[in-house]
Design a protein around this ligand. Sequence first.
Ligand code: ZN
Length: 295
Amino acid sequence: MIQNPVPWPNGARCACVISFDMDADSLIHIARPEDAHDRLYPISMGRYGPTVAIPRILDTYHRFGIQQSFFLPGWCVETYPKAVEAILEGGHEIGHHGYLHEDPIEAPDQRYWFERALAAYRKYCGGTPAGYRAPVYNINQEVVDLLVEHGFRYESSMMADDIPYRVETASGGFWEMPVHWGTDDWPPFAHYAEIGYMMPVKAPSAGLGAFWEEFDAAYEAGGFFMLIIHPFLTGRLARWRQVEAWLEETLRTKDVWFARLDQIADHLDGLVARGDYTPRVEHLPYYTEPQGGDR
Ligand SMILES: [Zn+2]
């Protein structure tokens, strides 16, 4: 049960997004700045995303007639302009995802990284992105304030609800498109010793099967289903073949609305403007000092 379900367009029962974070080889450059440029295995693993997986994913979306949201670090936008061009040509959306996939909690001076990435989107993507997703979801108050300052319409790194909600601060707010680890392909499919991940890789059916169980619950409740996945992981042949089969079946048999996150923000803004929906609000900052008192 969802307390405050969103009325989706045309009475659709569930809004669906298969969002991709195209991190490419930014992950190794930020993790091993001294010698990453000569680590050819992780570089090539990352390059599989923009060069092999992205064309495959875009072809699928084209055949099914859907547009979706992609998040790219600014450095990836500069380094892989062909992938950027193909994504935009397909009518998809590119969101802000840091500059070199720096973790906001660990990278001091977020304004520098955030605005360096913004310059890349403005140059290669034709403007300021509508949305943001923090590298490793590690958003903090400094980034929240930058999002408000730069007029971002939505954010997608936090986990306080099943469905989109409002985040409000003293100076403004945005829509939150909530994520969670159960619909992220990093836990089932990433194995990346160089950045500290040593997980057993699951079979495609096992890893993806967990996502479809999440969809079934969201559909039953009349909610919001979003995958947060990576081209170099889920864009590989055996996994993507199963995503394609799920998409085909879902579009044929279910009453769903596949949309980009900025389109979902448009829809929510329209509902609120017409007085047809009152979203739940989370007020930030949550805390302004360490909790727990003297230790
Ligand atoms: Zn990422």
